[in-house]
Design a protein around this ligand. Sequence first.
Ligand code: R5P
Length: 315
Amino acid sequence: MYDHLTLISGRSHPALAGEIAEHLGLPLGAVGVSDFPDGEISVQLDHNIRGCDVFLIQSTGPPTNDTLMELLILIDACRRASAARITAVIPYFGYARQDRKDAGRVPITAKLVANLITKAGADRVLTMDLHAAQIQGFFDVPVDHLYAGPILDEYFQSLGLAPEEIVVLSPDEGSIKRSLKHVRQLGGALAIVDKRRSSATETEQANLIGGPIEGKTVLLFDDMISTAGSIVGAVEVAQAHGAAEIYVSATHAVLCGPAPQRLREAPIKDVVVTNSLPLTGEKQLPNMTVVSVAPLLGEAIRRIHRNESISGLFD
Ligand code: R5P
C-alpha cells in the first residue's frame, strides 16, 4: 500500500493541476522547476515524498520537446526521492500522431516517447483521448485512458438542441467511430466528409456522404485541433451544403500556427474544447467554450489511489 497521495505539477498547465488539486481537496506538492541559463531544466522537490503515491501532472503539448523533457526529469526526481509509485498524468499526450510507419525510413515517435516515460520510472500512465487508442499498448506499464466525449456531450445537451435538427458530421473517415458515439448520445443523423486527392490534378475534393445537412445544426467532433486545417476544411463542406449553424468540438485544443485565425474567420457558432491544454493569449477565441476535464481526472486519480475500478469513467 501507499502512504499519502501527492500531486505534483510541471509547468505545462498549472491551472489544470490547480483545478484537479481543488477537486481532490489536496494541495499541490511544492516543487521548484526552473531553467538554467543554457536552457536545461532544473527540478528540486521541496518536500519529502518517500513512500508516497505520486501523481505528476503534465500535458506534453507545445513546446512539446520542453514539456516532455520536463516530465521525464520530474519522474526521475520522484524516483530518486523514493516515491512508492509514480503515475504520469498526461491529459494531452504529444507525439501521438507519429504512431506508425506510414512511409519508409520514418520513426514511430509515439513508441519512443512511451519508452522514455517508462524508462524514466513511471509506474503507470493516466491520459485522455489518445490520437490512436492502440498507443496504450506502447507502454509496458498500466495505462488508464479516459474519454472527454461524455463531457462534451453534456455541454451540447445543455444547449437544448432538437435531435431532429442535428447532423453530426465526421470530419474524416478516421473520426466515424467517435462521431457515432456522439450521435448515440445527442441523437440526430450521421454524415461524413470524404476527402479525396485527385491524382491527375492533385487537387483535393471533399464530398459529403450522408445528409442532407441543409438547414441543419451541424456538429463536428475531432480528437484535436492543431493547425485547424482539417476541421475548417470540414466546416467549409458543411457551409457549402447549406448548414444552418456549425459547431466544432475537440478534446485537445493545440491551436498552433494559423489555427486561431482560421477558427476566427470560419463560419463557426461555437468552438467547444476541453482544458487539457492551456488556452491563453490569442488561443482564446470570442466564439469558444472551454469545458473542464479536471473533475474527471481528479476522480480517476482518487480511484487509482484507492485501487478502485475506474472503468466506469472510460466511456
Ligand atoms: C487527424 O487524424 C486528427 O484527428 C486531426 O483531425 C488532425 O490531426 C488535426 O490537425 P490539424 O488541425 O492540423 O488539421
